[in-house]
Every structure is written in structure tokens, then in C-alpha cells.
Design a binder for this molecule. Structure first.
Ligand code: FES
Length: 157
């Protein structure tokens, strides 16, 4: 279900915790599985849960709580726009609107070519850089004006 390399990485996560606290490695294990698979299908979550030694329901509790876990397939680039208050006060509603128009999709949707998925996100702790957008859960993009969006999309295309 997962590659030997991913299992090796999960073993490293498991080694960070006492033997009777294996469930503490679930966040890292799900992240590793998602990196390999692109998203967390129910059978992937169940496999990871079994590998860790917890129930699938316990793994779901984590996977459904944090919005960085993809519970359905996403495009090559998942763009998450923060719409919490500080970002909204600095124009994130316009940022989201501009992205929706440029990509022709709404929140939670993927472009027909499978390139972009647009998501609405919670505060990313970078309010001073508002409005902010996260690419694939890792790359933070600051001060997302229309021009900055054009530039970022051109980079990704
Ligand atoms: S409100 Fe957007 S990063 Fe904090």
C-alpha cells in the first residue's frame, strides 16, 4: 500500500515516541502517506492506522481535523487562501475572487486539467503578510495582490 521508503519514514516517526505511544506518530505518518499518494483515500488512512496500531476511526479523527490533509484528490498545485479576519481586512476576499475568476473554479474545486485546486484556509500565522496563500501546504506566498497572483500562477504554469 505504501512504498518501502514511506514505511521507512514512518518508522522514523514512530521511533520518536515511546513504544506505548505509537499513536502519537499518526500526524507524521499521514503526512508521509499523503506525500506519496497525493491524497488520503480511505484505504490509505486505514492502512496507516493499521501500521501504527490504532483504529481507522482514530486516524480519521486526525485526518478530518486538520485541513492540510487531502481527503479527496487535488490538483498538482493546491492553493489555499486564508480568509480569516486579518487577511480579510487586507483584501483576501478580493484575492480569492480574483483566483476563482482566473482559474474558473470555486473553493474545493480543481481545474479540468488537474493543475490547480483552490481551497479556503484558516489563519496561517502570517497575518502581517496578509493576504496570504499557501501552495501545496508548504510554500507561503505573501501580500497576494492581483499582480502577485498573476506572477505566482505564471511561475507554476
Ligand atoms: S488571518 Fe490570514 S494569516 Fe492570519
Amino acid at each position: 500500500m505504501l512504498s518501502a521508503e514511506s514505511l521507512k519514514q514512518i518508522d522514523i516517526e514512530l521511533a520518536k515516541f515511546p513504544a506505548d505511544q505509537r499513536r502519537s506518530a499518526i500526524m507524521g505518518a499521514l503526512r508521509i502517506a499523503q506525500t506519496e499518494k497525493g491524497w488520503l483515500a480511505p484505504e490509505t488512512i486505514a492502512f496507516v492506522a493499521d501500521y501504527i496500531g490504532i483504529t481507522a476511526a482514530q486516524a480519521y479523527e486526525v485526518a478530518t481535523f486538520y485541513n492540510m490533509y487531502n481527503l479527496q484528490p487535488v490538483g498538482k498545485y493546491k492553493l489555499t487562501v486564508c480568509t480569516n479576519l486579518p487577511c480579510a481586512l487586507r483584501g483576501s476576499v478580493d484575492t480569492a475572487q480574483y483566483l476563482q475568476e482566473k482559474l474558473g473554479i470555486g473553493f474545493g474545486e480543481t481545474t479540468p486539467d488537474g493543475k490547480f485546486t483552490l481551497m479556503e484556509g484558516e489563519c496561517m500565522g502570517a497575518c502581517g503578510d496578509a493576504p496570504v496563500m499557501l501552495v501545496n501546504n508548504h510554500k507561503m506566498c505573501s501580500f497576494m495582490t492581483d499582480e502577485a497572483i498573476d506572477q505566482k500562477l505564471a511561475e507554476l504554469c
